[in-house]
Design a binder for this molecule. Structure first.
Ligand SMILES: NC(=O)c1ccc[n+]([C@@H]2O[C@H](COP(=O)([O-])OP(=O)(O)OC[C@H]3O[C@@H](n4cnc5c(N)ncnc54)[C@H](OP(=O)(O)O)[C@@H]3O)[C@@H](O)[C@H]2O)c1
Length: 376
């Protein structure tokens, strides 16, 4: 692993930006940027000269203006767009909660944007992670993906940031961090390119999500795209091979199989290309792959920090259905990212687990070493 030196950190972000743009303009295929080594002007890079990956702290990536676009799979978007209605929300699928209440409940706390900035998880622990030094993140420019990238960097990992748009990566400041290598990774474009994008990473975090219908819909992204990524992870020889795969999925993916087929959230979200059913197929593929996996199924995602949304609640597979009786239906994206990073940091504790995660101010704050203890 490269050490980040003081000299690198004092170089200009402009140079790395130019390098990123040049690389793209040259028509690079798998690598949009090549390794950006010039460093950032961010003063938090000052400590980067300290020796050793696990002690390194580099700058949080600069925040960019937020644009939350409703799209399939977005519980918050769905809730906000639905607004009202009637329906049931009990665990049997025919209970008392009104559809409006359930859907509006999902949207609670989701109004604020990115302007609040990223939360540095105070509980993030830096542990040796079974030889994992480099992590590939698919969907790095997404609202959750960018937080995963930032928190992986805080934990000392080198990141291969899979993106569709170099300009979006630039706007997020990826080019200013020498520990983030921006690589092109459209999960719909086949396995070979994804193998190249994963490169020498030993872990993969998938934070992609479909936007709209058609060629970038749920079938293409949430199902086949994730399957492509699993296949690429299986084939990737770099860095000794991929030994951890973390998938950000969703609550309710398996709802139909456990008596929640008429749950209004399940029914409504599936109107968007069957996104929950598509995600379930990808989950099953990952589970059968033989990879060490962790599937994170969050409730409605909020850009608000954990301090506003609440402490993490970890529940087992098929236990949370966004019902009024559930402890919560929302969670901060910061918290979801923290769980993903901890799954990489604790590959054995998190091995082959499905976590359903929400958050509540009323919940006790759990230390990360307990996050994977309860889930089967
Ligand atoms: N929103 C919710 O309330 C909610 C609740 C539960 C679960 N989830 C799920 O949680 C995950 C993260 O959600 P989010 O709201 O943070 O996502 P998001 O902000 O919409 O980001 C999605 C990411 O996926 C990328 N992407 C889309 N199509 C792609 C493709 N073909 N190849 C590669 N990347 C692609 C996007 O790229 P660009 O940046 O280039 O657009 C973006 O970076 C998603 O799977 C979502 O379905 C969401």
């Amino acid at each position: 692993m490269q050490a980040v030196t003081q000299r690198q950190c004092s170089a200009t972000a402009a140079r790395s930006t130019a390098r990123l743009q040049n690389s793209v303009s040259r028509g690079a295929t798998s690598h949009l940027a090549g390794t950006v080594r010039d460093g950032a002007q961010d003063p938090s890079c000052r400590g980067a000269a300290s020796q050793g990956r696990l002690r390194r702290r580099c700058a949080p990536l600069p925040a960019a203006a937020e644009h939350a676009q409703p799209r399939p799979g977005d519980a918050d978007a769905a809730a906000l767009s639905q607004g009202s209605g009637s329906g049931s929300g009990s665990r049997s699928g025919s209970g008392s909660g009104s559809r409006r209440d359930v859907l509006l409940g999902l949207s609670a706390g989701l109004a604020a944007g990115w302007a609040a900035g990223l939360l540095g998880p105070s509980e993030l622990r830096v542990w040796a992670a079974e030889g994992i030094t480099t992590v590939f993140v698919a969907g790095s420019t997404g609202n959750t993906g960018r937080r995963v990238v930032q928190q992986l960097r805080q934990a000392g990992f080198t990141v291969r940031a899979g993106v569709r748009s170099a300009s979006k990566a630039l706007a997020l400041g990826f080019g200013a961090d020498p520990g983030v290598e921006v690589v092109e990774a459209d999960v719909t474009k086949g396995v070979d390119a994804l193998v190249a994008a994963i490169g020498d990473a030993q872990a993969v975090v998938c934070a992609t999500g479909a936007a709209g219908f058609g060629p970038n819909g749920a079938a293409q992204v949430d199902e086949q795209g994730t399957i492509n990524l699993v296949d690429a992870a299986l084939r990737s020889p770099g860095g000794g091979g991929v030994r951890k795969f973390v998938l950000v999925s969703s609550l309710l993916t398996n709802a139909a199989a456990v008596g929640q087929g008429t749950n209004p959230n399940y029914v409504f979200l599936n109107l968007f290309g069957g996104v929950l059913d598509r995600k379930l197929k990808a989950e099953k593929y990952l589970r059968a792959s033989g990879l060490n996996y962790t599937i994170i199924r969050p409730g409605g995602l909020s850009n608000e920090p954990e301090s506003a949304v609440g402490n993490l609640i970890v529940s087992g597979e098929d236990t949370l259905f966004a019902l009024e009786t559930d402890p919560s239906r929302v969670i901060s994206r910061d918290t979801v990212a923290a769980v993903a990073v901890q799954a990489v940091l604790q590959p054995e504790a998190s091995r082959d687990k499905v976590l359903e995660v929400v958050a509540s101010p009323a919940a006790p704050k759990l230390s990360p070493e307990r996050w994977f203890a309860g889930a089967p």
